[in-house]
Design a protein around this ligand. Sequence first.
Ligand SMILES: C[S@@+](CC[C@H](N)C(=O)[O-])C[C@H]1O[C@@H](n2cnc3c(N)ncnc32)[C@H](O)[C@@H]1O
Length: 453
Amino acid sequence: MVFGIYAWPLRLLAFSGIFALLFSALTMASPNTTTTPRIVDLAAQISTLVAQFQEHLSAHNLSSPSFAEEGPDTFPPEISHLKDALLDATAEMHELLLDPLSLLFKFAAISNLVSIDAISRYKIPDMIPPGSQISFDEISQKTGLQKGPVRRLLQHAMSMRILTEPEPEMVAHTRISKFMTIPSINSWVNFESRETWPATTRIVDAIQKWPNSQEANETGFILANNNKSVQDIVTTSPERAMRFASGMQAIDYVPGYAIENVSTVYDWASLGNVRIVNVAGSRGQAAIELAKNFGNIRLLVQDSANMIQGAESGVPEELKGRVEFMAHGLFEPQTIKAPVYFFRMAFRSLGDKYAVQVLKAQIPVLESGVKILLQDVCMPEPDTIPLWRERISRSVDLALECFSNGRERYLDEWKYLLAAADKRFVLHRVYVPKDSLLGILEIHWDVTCSGEA
Ligand SMILES: C[S@@+](CC[C@H](N)C(=O)[O-])C[C@H]1O[C@@H](n2cnc3c(N)ncnc32)[C@H](O)[C@@H]1O
C-alpha cells in the first residue's frame, strides 16, 4: 500500500467536484466491475495533486517543474507531501503500462551509467557555456574522441534528460547537466561510476562466496578490486582516496544529510552545559556545527590518528577550546568519561558483530543516565514512506553492503544490536525528521536494567 499515509486525503479529493462525476461515469461504464480501474484512479489523483502543487507554486511566484537549464531543482518543503504522492502515482502509472520485459529493462538498464560516466569523466557539462550551446564537433575536438562516439554517448544521456539537442548537431544544458557542473556532484558521479558500480556488480558473487558474512574483506568491492578492501585502496592510492573523499561531499545535497541539519534533528539545548564525546567524528565537521549553534556544548572528537591529523586548524578561532580532537580507535575501550556520546553515521558501515563491539567498547566509562546518541538511518517498514524514497534508501543499503558488509537497520534491528551489546543500553526515543531518514536514536545507559557486566 504505497499511498498509505496519503490515502485519506487523496480519496477525499478524488471524490470531490468534477472527479466525482468522472469517477461515477467511468465506474458505471464498466460492465464487469464496480471498482474504479487503477489507472483511472491514478489519473484522477495525479490531476488533483498537480492542480494543488501548481496552485502553491503560482501563489508563491515560483517556477513550475521544467527540464530547462534554469528550471527549479527543488520545491518548497510545505508541498513535499504533494510531490511524494505525485512521484509515486506517476511511477505506478508508468510501470503499470509497461510489459514485464520493458519493466525489467527499465530497472536493469546497466547501460545508463555508461553515458553518465562518460559525460562526467570528460566533464562535458563544463564545456557548455551557461545559457548557450556547443556542437558535437567542438565536443569531439575537446575530448579527442570522434564525433560518432561522442554523439552516441550524448544522445544516450539525452534520452535520460541529461543534456539536450535543441537543434541538430548542437548540445545544450538541461537542469540535470547543469547540476552536474557542481564539482562535488561531478565527483560523486565519478565515484558512483568507478567505485560503486564495479563493486555492486559483484555483490551477489560475494554473497555466494561468503554467505551471511559481516566481514569488511568479504564484499563485492573486494572481488572487484583484486582482494583489496576500501581501507587498502584509500591508504595506497591518493587518486582513489580523493575520489572517495570528494564523492562524499555530495551528501550535502541529500535532503536531511547536510551537516547543517545536525543542529535541528535533536534538542541539543536540552542537554545543558555538557561535554560530548563525538566518536568517529571524522575531522570534526558535525562537532564544529554543533559548537557554533550551542554555546554551552564542548565536544571531543575521536577518530583515527590519520583522520584527525591537522584537524585542529579547521576549527574556527572562536570555537577553539570547545572543539578538541583525540586519536582513538573505534573498537578500543572508551577512556573518556562524559554525559553524552555522539556517533554520526558510524554504524552503517559495520556488520552487526562489529557494531556490537563498538557499543561494548563504551561500557567501561558509562555511568547511570549517560546518553548515547546515534545519528543514523532507522529504516522505514515497507510501504510506510513514499516508494520513490524507499527505492533510494534500499539502493543505499546495498551500496553499504558492497563496500564493507555494512547495512541500514530497521528499528527492531537497532534494538537487537543494543540488547546484544548489553541490556543496559535502553532505547529511549527515535527522532525522525520530515523528508529524511537520517534520524537520532537516543539511548540511555540504565543500570536498573539487568544485563551482563
Ligand atoms: C562514515 S564516516 C562518519 C564520519 C562522521 N561521523 C560524519 O558524520 O561525517 C565513519 C568514520 O569512522 C572512522 N573510523 C572507521 N574505523 C575506525 C577505527 N577503527 N578507528 C577510528 N575511527 C574509525 C572513519 O575515520 C570515519 O571518520
